[in-house]
Write a protein that binds this ligand. Sequence first.
Ligand code: ADP
Length: 328
Amino acid sequence: RFDILREKGRFAVDIGGTLVKLVYSSVSPPDADGNTDLLLNFRKFQSIDHCIEFLRSAWHDRDAECYLNGTGGGSFKYAELLKKELGVQVKRTDEMLSLITGCDFLLRNNEDESFTYHHEAEGLERYQYKPIEEKAIYPFLLVNIGTGISVLKVDSPTSFSRVGGSTMGGGAFIGLGNLLTSARSFDELLLLAEKGDHRQVDSLVSDIYGGDYKDLGLTAEVIAGSFGKCSNLNHRRALGAENAKEEDVAKSLLLMISNTIGQMAFLYSNRFEMKRIYFGGFFIRKHPISMRTLSYAINYWSKGSCEALFLKHEGYLGAVGSFLDVKE
Ligand code: ADP
């Protein structure tokens, strides 16, 4: 199947609201028998300028006849800049179609592309890889968590629709994290969240009821209101948030966002009777807290009937689809 890659454009970009994703092919050095392999390479950049700089140095044989495939909002916004700086033609591919084509390609071609996350297990046991038979891939719900969130109902590689979305995605996480903590990068923010204790910031069921809320089956530790302990501007101390540190704020923020996404994903899956939910986009970054929260929410709300699946190339679906040069 990799043969199709040989005929297609060699570089493709997905320029989103936050990150620029690049997928390109290269040929491996010959082995002892002189055989070469075609390799797919994945890179992400914080800005279009960094991506252009890389392409200038890595794409040696480019000329005015060459195409740079592109998708995402930036393939419109930066088309002229890319043409001017690199001297190549930009060929746009549809964003949603690229996303689904990339997802389909990765699931079909990469045995360990998708996995479920099991927090209760130890070490690598937490990641259970799920090769899937081709005929069992569809239907599924794709929840792509980038700057914002798109929810797609996918019935086949050519039959899908965007059924919803949310503005409370990765952009909200990094944006609020930036406003509320001293973290200066996404990774720093995640590191802070790992060290944090959200109970210093959130109102728990026990804070309101003094213990479990048995009638509704809510245990004392369940979050009743995210950031609830910080909600009274004049009485922050009285509400018990006086010891809150910035890592506690980061943890509460990550939990608030991933819990909400988990619940929204479940509601869409329930509405469209989907049993499998793939999560894509760079918000996840295979981070244990996010994957644990999303998996827990899906399992809890669906009473075990739905499955949360994660993808090894989570943030590159659109770029892979664009690389494959999808036709509408
Ligand atoms: P988009 O296509 O909208 O740029 P992505 O799938 O690339 O979306 O995801 C962007 C989100 O990924 C950011 O909002 C942020 O939450 C998260 N993220 C992961 N890694 C980084 C990083 N190194 N820098 C900035 N954001 C990152």
